[in-house]
Design a protein around this ligand. Sequence first.
Ligand code: AMP
Length: 411
Amino acid sequence: MSATFASFGLIDALLGAVDTLGYKTPTPVQVQAIPVILAGRDLMAAAQTGTGKTAGFALPLLQRLTMEGPQVASNCVRVLVLVPTRELAEQVYQSFCEYGAHVPLRMAVAYGGVSINPQMMKLRKGLDVLVATPGRLLDLYRQNAVKFTQLQTLVLDEADRMLDLGFSRELNAVFEALPKRRQTLLFSATFSDAIRTMAATLLVDPVSVEVSPRNAAAKTVKQWLVPVDKKRKPELFLHLLKKKRWGQVLVFVKTRKGVEQLVDTLAAKGVSADSIHGDKPQPARLRALERFKAAEVQVLVATDVAARGLDIDDLPQVVNFDLPIVAEDYVHRIGRTGRAGATGEAVSLVCADEVQLLSAIETLIRQTLVRIDVPEFEPDHRVPMTDGRGQVLKKPKKPKKPKFGPGRPAK
Ligand code: AMP
């Protein structure tokens, strides 16, 4: 018999919230994580965005906090959730608010780039749940605005990403400040050696759960690439948008400048587009996301860092206008589509310069991406073939007269 939310023994207030959100059955990560977290154990979970991991930790933590009763002292925090970016912080916080809509708990979110004072005010009365980025949390700690004496649970969400973004110093400083006796939950899409080392020092006798094969891209996403010359990418994108009749598209571009250029090109062609990147103030990023979610714009163009944690339901189309520099980001990017069983499509526009990036991605996801040539966009600069095992296959040379003899390496 398949698990239900009720079978975990969740209280009615949480079951009601889940029901309101229309969740019928728990996802695999929820099935595995919820009982472990309710039992107070440490957890190490390989789960990428889109698997339902947020509810996987939020629901059991809300249940435990509620059952124990509100008892938080000023400036103290009982559950601390660390996340890599502001966007993810907002998203995880919103999820806690939704799941915890009917329980009497105090929750808040704290990240940099916005005024620290309102965050300090919220902390003054103490918080049951604080969702924070590491840098801002440390600022708050150093200003005595947050204390960890009552901390019960630490959640590291997208731990791999926090390390990729260079937060290891901040994280270590936070870990130093936390009580040793606590529950620790570590979620990560990928498990590099650095993550494993971190897990080994932080977790005590953890239960490991893995909901998708390690480093494998979401199975429900159809992935393909189009070889194209770099300068023709905007034109190709417009062509595909029209020809394939794409609805809403999330497009990833390498640089902030590139993002703005593409938005301008699209606008000039009458395609409604908005952008999310690090140069934009946080309110403007949130506004762009809201407009996209409300379908007021067709295309949202983003850089990787800014797009981290975007929660967009039912997004059928992701386009990698540029390939990511860090191969893991490919997995995160396409994690935006094909969520919770829905099918999606991820298309990469790849130019000759990017062949090494392509090769790294294919090695990570252990598959060679299907190439589809688009007539009239075949590149002048050929994209060398790759074999999915990290090899870039050189251009086949014109057959020469066979030479035999010493000194010629055997094939
Ligand atoms: P996450 O991996 O936590 O970012 O969740 C991905 C998406 O799945 C979010 O939009 C959630 O609202 C949704 N979701 C989470 N759990 C369930 C569930 N049991 N059934 C349906 N949708 C879910």
